[in-house]
Structure formats: structure tokens, C-alpha cells
Design a protein around this ligand. Sequence first.
Ligand code: NAG
Length: 239
Amino acid sequence: MKFFATPPVHGSLANQVVHPADLCFKLPENVSLEEGAMCEPLSVGVHACRRAEVGPETDVLVMGVGPIGLVTMLAARAFGVPRIVIVDVDENHLSVAKQLGAYRIVQVTTNLEDVGSEVEQIQKAMGSNIDVTFDCASFNKTMSTTLAATRCGGKVCLVGMGHGVMTVPLTPVAAREVDVVGVFRYKNTWPLCLEFLTSGKIDVKPLITHRFGFSQKEVGDAFETSARGINAIKVMFNL
Ligand SMILES: *[C@@H]1O[C@H](CO)[C@@H](O)[C@H](O)[C@H]1NC(C)=O
């Protein structure tokens, strides 16, 4: 049995792969292969939501809105979160988040000196306490912002992996009893992801922005697009 995601295995980029049957989940009839493939990134969001214990009583902040920020937002909505404020530096990312159901969006800078004023801006945008924050970027600045913006007794879930070492003001976090939880990929998420897709609670289709065939050239183009493509969220191969 091979684990497909990490070196030395080069993924499962093949027309057919053999996988143990007890680790396979049959797609419901109304879930396409493309949507099924989206269970992988979506699982990251689902696992983060479980770890942070979000639900209809929690207002949520998502910091950083790349593909992982977006799936975290979609998962949080499916968990019943009423209000999600989304923060990013990029205007285009923010407008995608708005279209996909963000309550409010806040554009920030990369300048560490702006943390204080941006925390105020973010809290004002929410208009109530921020119970749970997902840091889907994880830089010095984003973590400083999320820790300060989250209410006393709230939770910050570290989803992104921007910097291996982050310098943040930790003592006030301890004094305000903000819990920090982490995630390592996910576990036991496929059945719930499939339920969200089959019930229509989550629509992952808007995240699929590009499609490529499976020739040598198109595979190269696809990776190029995924790495550098402006406005690329998720890139699919159609076999
Ligand atoms: C994070 O902040 C610390 C302290 O200011 C600094 O030394 C470090 O280089 C920063 N890390 C990155 C990756 O910018």
C-alpha cells in the first residue's frame, strides 16, 4: 500500500491506481468525479472545523483566503457558523470569498505596524465577539492579528504553514485564555465531506477554475497554472 501524497511517491498521477478497498469511499450518484476529488482539500477545512469546535453559536474569522482559506470557510458554513469575516491582502481573493458567502471582508497589509488598527477594523466588521479564528496563512503578522482579534476564552486554529517559526506576543494570549489548536492534515473526513456534497450543503464547483487533459504537455501546463496562474483556485485533470 502506498501513501499517495508525499515523497518518494510521485502522487497518483496515472490513469489507474490500485488502492485497498476498505480505504475507498463510493461516490454517491449525484457527486461527480471532480467534486469527489475536492474531498481532499475540503477535508482540511472539515478537520479544522472539528478541531476548533465551530457551530451555530460561533462567529468565525478566516485569515488568508487561498484555496485552504476558502474550503475552511465553506466547511464552517456547513457546520452552521452564522457569520464569517474573511481577511486577506489580495482584493481578488476577497471578492471570491464574498461571492462564496463571507459575511464581511477586510483587506489588510503585510506591514506589522498595522496590526493594532487592523484588529480594530476586523472586530468592527464582525460587530460581535470573534469566537474562533482560523489562521490559513500563518506568518508573524497574521498570527499576531488573529491572536489579538479573537475574544477572551476563544480559539485560534493554526491551519496554514507559512513560517516554521513565528514570533508573536504570547503572554497576552495566555492572560486572555485564548486556546491555540493545530491541525495535521485530517482524519475520518470522507463520509462527512460526501454528505456535504450530496446534500448540497457545500458547492465546491466554483473552486474549480481550470481544467486540463492528460497529455504530457497539458500536465505541464496544468502545474504551471496551479503554481502561477492568476485567479487559479483548483486545477483539474479530465481523464
Ligand atoms: C518574525 O519576527 C521576528 C521578530 O521580529 C523576526 O526576527 C523574524 O525574522 C520574523 N520572521 C519572519 C519569517 O519574517
